[in-house]
Design a protein. Structure first.
Length: 304
């Protein structure tokens, strides 16, 4: 190939000049292409190296980030766990304190109620003790039965037993005319049984579980209550048990007295006895007898 400089230095014709320029352009184009390819290759290699370095840095940073995230999660979970455990412990303590406080209040209320019931039981036992006539380990002194019953009647605010036969509920059932007949006189001293010796006093253990007789208002209330209290003392009933037994023994018209009491009074033995005394007690039997006697019509063949 001819030297372009030589061709330029001595161009002969216009065609030679054009050919020379064409050759120079081709040479420069080849050189430029080679330089461009080399630069492109170098750029691609540098870019690949940069991408590789960036990838390595990204992988390293991602690993560090994962480790930091794991440590942060563990620390956060541990912190939350500790806070939750503290709250649970405090909640248990608060609940325990509240339960203990409520239990203390309940126990205090039960203690007051037990003390009140024991006081009522002691009062009932003291009120029943004179009616039984026989104390534990002691025997009543021998005295006329009329005097003993008179003392008991005065202690209870009732008439002595020697005069109960006049107004007893059974005294006018058969023939009220005979009950008020002048020819019938009451004995000065009604028959009585001798006092019981200590060996004959019944024990609660040998008395057995017995139920009181039914009361329908047809018998003397005082006699029925005396029998009921003896049975209650032998059975060892409390005041509440006496109220339940007495209420369950009411039959016929007598059971209607429970409607005169409140639910609280129905569980009180003294309240039931008080309303029974108002309706069937000895103090009101004379008025009841007069009302029945005035309303009664003489039967055929019946004498005055």
């Amino acid at each position: 190939m001819a030297d372009p400089a030589a061709a330029v230095s001595s161009p002969t014709t216009l065609g030679d000049l054009v050919e020379l320029l064409k050759q120079q352009f081709q040479v420069q184009a080849q050189q430029l292409g080679a330089q461009t390819q080399q630069a492109l290759a170098e750029g691609l290699q540098a870019q690949a190296e940069a991408i590789s370095e960036l990838k390595d840095a990204y992988q390293s940073g991602l690993g560090d980030l994962r480790e930091e995230a794991r440590q942060f999660t563990e620390n956060s979970c541990l912190k939350v766990k500790n806070e939750v455990m503290e709250q649970v412990v405090q909640l248990k303590k608060d609940i325990k304190d509240q339960v203990m406080s409520q239990l203390d209040n309940v126990v205090a209320g039960l203690s007051v109620e037990v003390s009140r019931l024991e006081g009522r039981i002691d009062g009932v036992q003291q009120a029943v003790a004179p009616d039984t006539g026989v104390g534990t380990g002691s025997v009543r002194s021998s005295s006329p039965c009329a005097d003993d019953r008179k003392d008991e009647g005065e202690a209870e605010g009732r008439t002595p037993c020697s005069h109960r036969g006049v107004f007893a509920a059974g005294s006018w059932k058969g023939n009220p005319g005979r009950a008020l007949s002048p020819s019938r006189t009451l004995p000065s001293t009604p028959p009585c049984t001798p006092p019981m010796s200590p060996s004959t006093v019944p024990h609660r253990e040998s008395a057995g579980r017995r139920k009181p007789q039914d009361f329908d208002g047809g018998v003397s209330l005082e006699a029925y209550l005396a029998q009921f209290e003896l049975l209650a003392e032998a059975q060892g009933w409390s005041s509440w048990a006496r109220a339940v037994q007495l209420a369950s023994s009411l039959k016929g018209p007598a059971v209607e007295v429970l409607s005169l009491l409140t639910p609280v009074q129905r569980s009180s033995y003294t309240s039931i006895v008080a309303v029974l005394e108002r309706c069937y007690g000895h103090k009101h039997q004379a008025e009841a007898f007069r009302a029945r006697f005035r309303a009664r019509i003489r039967a055929r063949g019946e004498t005055l």
